[in-house]
Design a protein around this ligand. Structure first.
Ligand SMILES: C[S@@+](CC[C@H](N)C(=O)[O-])C[C@H]1O[C@@H](n2cnc3c(N)ncnc32)[C@H](O)[C@@H]1O
Length: 271
């Protein structure tokens, strides 16, 4: 029987940075693959034989799973050691080690695959929101540009800035929702809150999980820079990319400035 939000607020929570807990990240997101057709489509039509797909901020390998199963050559770049280890474990479990390489690095300093040439680099699923300043965004995109061959492709997707929260400043604990634990089959309750910091444009979010009947839950925190679409498109242009395709949602809807997401495919000019 579910308690109320007031009941859950009285319980104790162990606090962790979101990406230090790949188990809880996967609990929340592993089944969500709505943006995969965008990235997989580019891999199918945009990469040549022998080239490698590089995922920046690959996390626990949510989007790499199906590619590794299909024996597409993949290189995972991930700065959080807990997420990276989860990703490497997943590649071993899929017996995909011969098509998989990885490194603990960030978008602005990764080396790339040790042997084969890069064809396509992606920074999916709001990964760019973890780059917090314009100087760092420019540095990262310029580094990506340098790592690509002429004609090489880069893609990313970000959500729209949370304008409503940004306007009011903060939203208190709420959005109580029920999930089911894959381990126990028991209900798990989740709720969250967030606070916008105007000086840095950072949205600080906290997310709680509490299993049915437990007296102690988990609290995860993370901060995302609320990039506007214009800022990201401007930084891509600044790095030298040309925009090839642009969509307003995961269903390939036409893009406009009120779109819920921006999915963009950019190309380094030939020659
Ligand atoms: C929203 S998760 C996405 C994970 C995975 N791509 C997916 O789709 O499930 C963002 C990931 O970016 C990583 N990250 C944070 N800062 C980064 C940076 N500067 N460069 C590359 N990755 C970064 C985080 O550690 C995290 O694993």
């Amino acid at each position: 029987m579910a308690g109320s939000l007031t009941d859950y607020l009285l319980l104790n929570y162990d606090r962790h940075a979101l990406y230090d807990r790949p188990d809880w990240y996967d609990f929340d997101y592993i089944g969500y693959k709505a943006e995969a057709p965008f990235y997989h489509g580019v891999i199918e039509r945009g990469m040549s034989e022998g080239q490698v797909f590089v995922e920046l901020g690959a996390g626990s390998g949510r989007l790499l799973q199906d590619l590794l199963r299909a024996k597409v050559k993949c290189h995972a770049v991930e700065p959080n050691i807990h997420m990276l280890k989860a990703c490497q474990k997943m590649a071993r479990e899929l017996s995909a080690i011969e098509v998989f390489s990885s490194e603990c690095a960030k978008a602005h300093d990764f080396l790339g695959p040790p042997e084969d040439p890069v064809g396509f680099i992606a920074f999916p699923f709001n990964g760019l929101l973890h780059i917090h300043t314009l100087a760092e965004l420019n540095e990262a995109l310029q580094h990506v540009f340098q790592r690509l061959p002429p004609g090489g492709l880069f893609a990313c997707d970000i959500m729209a800035p949370a304008w409503e929260v940004m306007e009011v400043g903060s939203v208190e604990w709420g959005r109580l929702d029920e999930r089911v634990s894959p381990q126990t089959g028991e209900p798990v309750w989740t709720y969250d809150r967030c606070r916008f910091e105007p000086a840095t444009h950072l949205m600080h979010s906290e997310l709680r999980f509490i299993e049915e009947g437990a007296s102690r839950g988990v609290e995860l925190y993370y901060a995302q820079r609320m990039w506007t679409y214009q800022e990201l498109l401007g930084a891509l242009h600044h790095a030298g990319f040309g925009v090839e395709e642009i969509y307003g949602d995961v269903d390939f809807a036409a893009f406009d400035e009120n779109s819920p997401r921006l999915l963009v495919l950019a190309q380094k000019p030939e020659g």
